[in-house]
Design a protein around this ligand. Structure first.
Ligand code: F6R
Length: 260
């Protein structure tokens, strides 16, 4: 059921950059600053991480900071947003594989401190598995930082249009546009899983700081709706407008459609 939130005081904060590189560096440096700050306090930095094309530049810069500027990931505890269901962790399309390739194998993060939903088992037991994933995040005090991309339908994580703002980690059905966009990675549409495990909109909204990164022309239409449209479950990312700790980070191409 579609739900809208009426609010007169939204907290939209926009960070606009000339190109994808500048936007990615901005995000990477915010993450690095948080990791260093937490290290000084001898506390873990609990990071919510995303996959896909968008964060690749962010991870590249974090790897550079690790190699050249001594940034350590030893005190990082990470939780990924989502994973296709079912998929084997070693499949090249899996997000476990992605995180290994694009970040984890290049830095000193402790494998036991990384969390990505495992989805290589039958549906029986999934509800408990999701509850445990959610509980683990909350037992650490929630995410200190959440990195988000955005789907062309406005999804965040795999919270597809229609996802409740109170949703938590759960098994979801993937939207047809999401599956279409994943077709290239899987080779054909019939190979794209129909389901996924995703943390919920509520799980995301509890993070102490949230940055949604949107890059490229193909995100410009949905960014206009997410930033300037009504806050509605039909565009899950629009919920971020109501959160004072959430910011949008766009390159010039993704910002092209913004009317105000
Ligand atoms: C991935 C995720 C998704 C992606 C979104 C954009 O972990 O949570 O919401 O961020 O589908 O994907 P790209 O960046 O490939 O356009």
């Amino acid at each position: 059921m579609k739900k809208n939130i009426q609010t007169t005081s939204t907290h939209k904060k926009l960070n606009l950059f000339q190109d994808a590189e500048a936007a990615s560096l901005f995000v990477a440096h915010q993450i690095a600053e948080l990791i260093r700050e937490k290290e000084k306090q001898a506390k873990p930095a609990v990071l919510g991480l995303a996959t896909g094309n968008t964060p690749k530049g962010v991870y590249q810069e974090l790897i550079r900071l690790h190699r050249n500027e001594g940034l350590s990931f030893k005190n990082v505890i990470s939780f990924n947003l989502d994973e296709y269901y079912p998929i084997l962790p070693d499949d090249q399309q899996s997000y476990t594989y992605f995180m290994r390739q694009y970040l984890f194998k290049h830095v000193d993060i402790k494998p036991e401190q990384t969390h990505i939903p495992h989805t290589d088992f039958s549906e029986e037991g999934i509800a408990q598995y999701c509850q445990d994933y959610e509980d683990k995040i909350q037992s650490l005090g929630g995410m200190d930082f959440q990195l988000l991309g955005i789907g062309r339908n406005g999804h965040i994580g795999f919270n597809e249009p229609g996802s409740d703002f109170e949703s938590k980690t759960r098994l979801v059905n993937l939207d047809s546009l999401t599956r279409e966009d994943a077709k290239a990675a899987f080779g054909s549409l019939d190979k794209v899983p129909e389901k996924a495990i995703s943390v919920g909109v509520q799980t995301i909204s509890k993070a102490k700081k949230i940055l949604l990164l949107a890059l490229g022309e193909r995100k410009s239409e949905i960014m206009q709706q997410a930033i300037n449209g009504e806050i509605t479950t039909e565009v899950p990312a629009s919920f971020l407008q109501s959160l004072s700790q959430a910011e949008f980070v766009l390159d010039a191409s993704a910002a092209r459609g913004l009317s105000s």
